[in-house]
Design a protein. Sequence first.
Length: 239
Amino acid sequence: MKILYAPDYESLSRKAAMLIGAQILQKPCSVLGLATGSTPIGAYRYLSQWHAAGDLDFSQARSINLDEYCGLPDSHPQSYHYFMRQHLFDHVNFAASDLPEGCAEDLQAECRRYEQIISAYGPIDLQLLGIGHNGHIGFNEPSDHFVAQTHLVRLKEQTIQANARFFDDPGQVPRQAITMGIAAILQAKKVLLLAGEGKEEILRQALTGPITPQVPASILQLHPDVTVVTTAKEMSCSR
Ligand code: F6R
């Protein structure tokens, strides 16, 4: 596992974008696993700028997002479809991009459909991840077991509260989401985990504590090619 220290958010964003950009330069037809949340926004801004400058071409690449809320239409400003268009897809030229459909009539069937997409185009070449305050990756919430496949998840109260900052009314935060499971994340050829301010303690637990579904990100200790970019100085070393 490589742990890269970034002194501030801009540096974290640039380093993350450089690693994603290098992936696209080295393998233009990469499958990128993408995340939402506040952490990757800066990296997406750099990728958009480098594409506009002619340095990065995503036309042979495709993306597969980690997750989507249930019940928010794609046009809702807090849906992850909207987020991805706003921060990345409207600015770069992916050949194709997939996210789970959180408004599908049959959510279980949608989980199966998404799993088929992952099987058809995977394994993911580079999976970008943030980490929740409770150690979730994607919306794989703390639990007594890991869930391998794409699944429907009831969001934990801590996650609902953390995400309430994006909604006018905290009561509007969806209680359910569809998330990629742990298997697709572990099968990704490379994982790039971003952890900014406020994530120091959970990052330490995830990377140095026991591997447990109570801290879903701890499973990354088993992955052979993880790069972490973090503003947590005490974590910066390679092992
Ligand atoms: C989002 C996702 C989540 C976030 C995590 C951190 O697609 O999968 O796991 O990465 O909740 O969110 P931020 O970056 O907002 O702290």
